[in-house]
Design a protein around this ligand. Structure first.
Ligand code: NAP
Length: 410
């Protein structure tokens, strides 16, 4: 029964963008976590520069979530927590890419978990996949778009033909770039993430200092125009690969052919492609940052630390299966080429609340082909309209409909 289990006390270090989102998410999802783990998670202390005492928080917690960022004092706190037998969850790529070996050794020595899904590609579960799902795969290469700020800037430059400075300004306005964007635009942030991915993929120590990186500050609108003419995309790509018995880890701008799985990753999104002979290739993509998104990855790590790794999933909800959903549609019709046809079709669609996004009409002798894309609407209403349209006397063939995935992320 929810609310009657033993508490599981979480000490939180940092209450900024991610920390405050985590502090909101934990009570919201506590009953769900309790149903899965049999323990009721609660926030037992919060540390910022102006409140809380680390020793006191450590004393009164079962697990530490580190969302302060930076190397000092985060390194000291994380080490002290693990030495005191506490599991640690962190999203701190800078810390892990510089002191990972020391921290993982401490976790092993003290028999605690150090989890860090949020440190690379936000909520995209790339750490878990490398550590668990692909633990037996011999990874050959990883390519990643692991910095959402630079990917947003490059997408703006490509789509709008604006300069680097203009695109950066827009990223700052929208909150995708910090007031000081240096770590992002120079490639350093991506380099730290690639160091962590390379460490996991190849099971060899990789320090941030060993990653060669180049940023996007020197790219121009001309580079983008050239890429477009050739059907290429220009992205900031992190690569970690086996080379001649060793490894190479680097970050730099690169052109991608349109068919590459990373070519279509646009805006502030992240994606990572893992290649191995056994698995061929898999690509994971999604939001690479953001308070709520990263907090969700952090809470996932907290749950993992609360339960033995191979637990059987419990049913914690009974959700209704929804059959009538909202979709956008492509509608293809062959009609007699005469006045008033489009108006009648539009009227039948309008009666069901369908609105037309675009129409293309092509003549076919006495007939015409009408192709429309409709804005999203309930499928039942769309098909009701199509049934009526099919009966119109000028229809030369049954109308054909195909759903359109029509999601916009900005
Ligand atoms: N933001 C994202 O979208 C994102 C995504 C993935 C990973 N991350 C990682 O998550 C971590 C947190 O990022 P964030 O964006 O949430 O940072 P943030 O907004 O700057 O917040 C940092 C928090 O840590 C506290 N803090 C910093 N130094 C401290 C110290 N010496 N002693 C006590 N408290 C201290 C700050 O306290 P005050 O409130 O007193 O200043 C603040 O509450 C970083 O490692 C970052 O790389 C962030």
């Amino acid at each position: 029964m929810p609310g009657t289990s033993e508490p599981f006390r979480v000490g939180l270090l940092g209450h900024g963008t991610v920390g405050s989102a985590f502090a909101r998410l934990l009570p919201e999802r506590a009953a769900h976590v309790e149903a899965i783990t049999g323990l009721r998670p609660e926030l037992s202390g919060v540390l910022t520069r102006s409140r809380g005492d680390f020793a006191d928080i450590l004393e009164r917690c079962d697990l530490i979530v580190e969302l302060m960022g930076g190397v000092d004092p985060a390194r000291d706190y994380v080490l002290r927590a693990m030495r005191a037998g506490r599991h640690v969850v962190s999203a701190n790529k800078l810390l892990l890419s510089q002191h990972g070996e020391e921290l993982w050794a401490a976790a092993r020595e003290h028999g605690v978990q150090l989890r860090f899904e949020g440190a690379v590609a936000g909520v995209v579960p790339v750490i878990r996949v490398l550590q668990e799902t692909l633990a037996a795969a011999h990874v050959e290469r990883i390519h990643g778009i692991v910095n959402g700020t630079t990917n947003f800037i490059l997408t703006e430059m490509a789509d709008r033909g604006v300069t680097y400075a203009e695109a950066l300004g827009r990223a700052q306005e929208l909150g995708y770039a910090e007031a000081d964007p240096t770590d992002d635009v120079t490639g350093k942030d991506a380099a730290a993430k690639m160091a962590i991915l390379a460490r996991l993929a190849f099971s060899t120590p990789v320090h941030l200092d060993q990653v060669v990186y180049e940023g996007i500050e020197h790219l121009t609108a001309d580079d983008m125009a050239y890429a477009r003419d050739l059907g290429l995309g220009l992205k900031l790509i992190g690569t970690a690969e086996r080379v001649d018995g060793g490894i190479s880890v680097r970050v730099h701008p690169a052109f991608l052919y349109a068919g590459h799985p990373l070519a279509s990753v646009n805006g502030p999104f992240n994606a990572v492609t893992v290649e191995s002979e056994a698995i061929t290739e898999i690509t994971m993509s999604g939001p690479g940052a953001g308070g709520a998104q990263t907090a969700s990855a952090v809470l996932g790590d907290v749950i993992s630390a609360m339960i033995p790794p191979a637990s059987t999933p419990e049913t914690t909800a009974r959700l209704e299966v929804v059959e009538d959903v909202v979709s956008a549609f492509y509608l293809h019709m062959e009609v007699a080429d005469r006045p008033g046809v489009l108006a009648q079709i539009a009227e039948l669609l309008g009666m069901q609340g369908a609105s037309i996004k675009s129409v293309v009409q092509r003549g076919l002798g006495d007939n015409a082909r009408l192709v429309m894309v409709l804005h999203p609407l309930l499928e039942s209403r769309f098909f009701a309209a199509v049934q009526l349209i099919a009966q119109l006397d000028f229809m030369r063939a049954p109308p054909r409909a195909i759903r359109v995935i029509d999601e916009e992320f900005t």
